[in-house]
Design a protein around this ligand. Structure first.
Ligand code: GDP
Ligand code: MG
Length: 437
C-alpha cells in the first residue's frame, strides 16, 4: 500500500468510529437518560447542544468505539458542570459555625444531625447542635431526640429569640470545647420576607463559615428558584440535596449546579443517621447516566461492615452452610480490605491480571452486590428459590441489571460454593490450603 492510501484508509476508519448518524442516535439516548434522571429540561437542552458541538467538532480517539466515545464525552461534560472535585467544608475557624437553612420539610433538622455525626466520626470534631426553629411545634424536641441517637449535644433555649440563643450557643461552644456549631434554623413552606430577615440577622450576628441550603431533591423544577432566592439573600456557601435515596437518579444536582453554580457539598440518601454522603461529581455523573454509583457502594460497604459477620461466615462455612447471604457478607468484607487490585497482588498467580481485568472483576462484584441487594433475605439463605422465574424476574427488574448478569451471579455462586466446601474439607483434615505458592 502506498503511504498516501494507507493514510486515507486510516482517516476513514477514524471517521467511521464517530459519524453524524451515531452521534444523533447516542445523543437521543443521552437526552432520555438525563430527562429520566429528572434533570431540568432547559439544562438538558443546553447540555445536549454543547455535547453535540464537541462531538461534531472532531472529538475522536483512535480505536475507541463511537458509543463509548460519546458516553465519555457526556460523562466529562457532566463532571465539569457538577464541579469536578468534591467541595469540602471550610472548618478552619474555631468554632466553625455552620448555618443550615431551607424550606420546611426539606430535611434541615435531619441533615444537621447527620452532618454533626459525620463530622464527629470522620473529622473527629466535637459538634454542638443548636435548635433555633421556635415556630414549628415539636421541632426542637425532634432535634433533641436525634441528638440522643447520634450522641451529639443539643443547645436550646425553648422559645427564646433565635438570635439570642445562637449567640449564647457560640459562647457555650467556646467555653466547652465544641469546635463546630450547627445552627438548625426554622423553615417555611414557602419563602417569605419575615423568615429571610430572621435568617439574615442570624447570619450577620454569627458570621458562619458555611451557610448550607438544604433542598429536597424530589421537589422537581422548583428547586432552582428556591436555591436562587436563598442564595441572593444569604450568599450560600453550598447546597445539600436530600432524599436522593435508592433509585432516585439525582438529576436535581445537575440542574442546581448548572443553573446556580453553587457547590453541592453533600447528598442525603435516607432518614438514617449514616445517610449523608459527600458529593462526588464523578459518582453523580455515573449515577445520572445510569452507570451505577460504584465507588459510593464500595464506601458504604466499608462503613457498614460488621467484624462479627466475617467470623460468622467462617463458622457457617465450617458447618457446610454457605449461601448467598454469606457471599454478600464476604463481598462487603473484601471491600473493607481495600481495593481489589491491592488484594489481587497478594494472591499468587493473580499478579498476571491486567488493570482492566481487575477493574472488570471489581465491577462484577459490585453488580453482584446490587443484584443480591434486590433479593430477600430468604432468597439469599435459600438460593434454590431463585429457580422460580417470577422471583428471578422480580430481582432483575428491581436491581436494574440484566438476566445475563443474574445468571452469572448464580453460576459463580455455585462454583464458589463447591470450592468453599472443598477448602473447608481440607481444613478440617488439618491441611491448610497452600496460598504461599
Ligand atoms: P426540616 O423541616 O427541614 O427540618 O426537615 P426534617 O429534617 O424534619 O425532615 C423532613 C422529613 O424528611 C423527615 O421525615 C425526614 O426523616 C425526611 N428526610 C430528610 N432527609 C431525608 C433523606 O435524605 N431521605 C429520606 N428518605 N428522607 C429524608
Ligand atoms: Mg426542622
Amino acid at each position: 500500500l502506498s503511504k498516501r492510501m494507507k493514510k486515507s484508509i486510516e482517516k476513514n476508519m477514524k471517521q467511521s468510529t464517530l459519524h453524524a448518524d451515531n452521534i444523533k442516535d447516542t445523543l437521543r439516548e443521552i437526552r432520555l437518560a438525563l430527562l429520566e434522571a429528572d434533570v431540568n429540561v432547559d439544562v438538558v437542552k443546553a447540555l445536549i447542544a454543547n455535547i453535540k458541538e464537541k462531538a461534531e467538532g472532531g472529538y475522536i480517539e483512535e480505536g475507541v468505539k463511537a458509543h463509548q466515545q460519546m458516553v465519555k464525552l457526556v460523562h466529562e461534560e457532566l463532571i465539569t458542570v457538577l464541579g469536578k472535585e468534591n467541595a469540602p467544608l471550610n472548618l478552619s475557624k474555631k468554632p466553625t459555625v455552620i448555618m443550615m437553612v431551607g424550606l420546611q420539610g426539606s430535611g434541615k433538622t435531619t441533615t444537621t444531625n447527620k452532618l454533626a455525626y459525620l463530622l464527629s466520626k470522620k473529622n473527629a470534631k466535637k459538634p454542638l447542635m443548636v435548635g433555633l426553629d421556635i415556630y414549628r411545634p415539636g421541632a426542637i424536641d425532634q432535634l433533641i431526640e436525634l441528638g440522643q441517637k447520634s450522641n451529639i449535644p443539643v443547645f436550646e433555649k425553648g422559645k427564646q429569640s433565635p438570635l439570642k440563643t445562637a449567640k449564647q450557643a457560640i459562647e457555650f461552644a467556646e467555653n466547652n470545647g465544641h469546635d463546630v456549631v450547627l445552627l438548625d434554623t426554622a423553615g417555611r413552606l414557602q419563602i417569605d420576607k419575615e423568615l429571610m430577615n430572621e435568617l439574615n440577622e442570624l447570619r450577620k450576628s454569627t458570621s458562619p463559615s458555611e451557610i448550607l441550603l438544604v433542598v429536597d431533591g424530589m421537589i422537581g423544577q422548583e428547586i432552582i428558584n428556591v436555591t436562587n432566592e436563598f442564595n441572593s439573600l444569604l450568599k450560600l456557601s453550598g447546597v445539600v440535596v436530600t432524599k436522593l435515596d435508592g433509585d432516585a437518579r439525582g438529576g436535581a444536582t445537575l440542574s442546581i449546579s448548572y443553573m446556580t453554580k453553587l457547590p453541592i457539598k453533600f447528598i442525603g440518601e435516607g432518614e438514617g443517621i449514616n445517610a449523608l454522603a459527600p458529593f462526588y461529581p464523578k459518582r453523580m455523573a455515573d449515577r445520572i447516566l445510569g452507570m451505577g454509583d460504584i465507588e459510593t457502594l464500595f464506601e458504604k460497604a466499608v462503613e457498614n461492615i460488621d467484624e462479627r459477620s466475617m467470623q460468622k461466615t467462617m463458622k457457617r462455612m465450617f458447618m457446610g452452610q454457605y449461601d448467598l447471604e454469606d457471599l454478600r457478607n464476604q463481598l462487603g468484607q473484601m471491600a473493607k480490605m481495600g481495593s481489589l487490585s491491592g488484594l489481587m497482588k497478594m494472591i499468587p498467580g493473580a499478579g498476571k491480571l491486567s488493570e482492566t481485568q481487575i477493574e472488570d472483576a471489581q465491577r462484577k462484584l459490585v453488580v453482584f452486590s446490587i443484584i443480591m441487594d434486590s433479593m430477600t433475605l430468604k432468597e439469599r439463605r435459600e438460593p434454590k428459590l431463585l429457580k422460580s422465574l417470577t422471583r428471578k424476574n422480580r430481582i432483575i427488574r428491581g436491581s436494574g441489571r440484566t438476566e445475563k448478569e443474574f445468571n452469572e451471579l448464580v453460576n459463580n455462586f455455585e462454583k464458589g460454593k463447591k470450592q468453599v466446601m472443598e477448602m473447608t474439607k481440607m481444613m478440617k483434615q488439618g491441611r491448610m490450603p497452600n496460598f504461599g505458592g
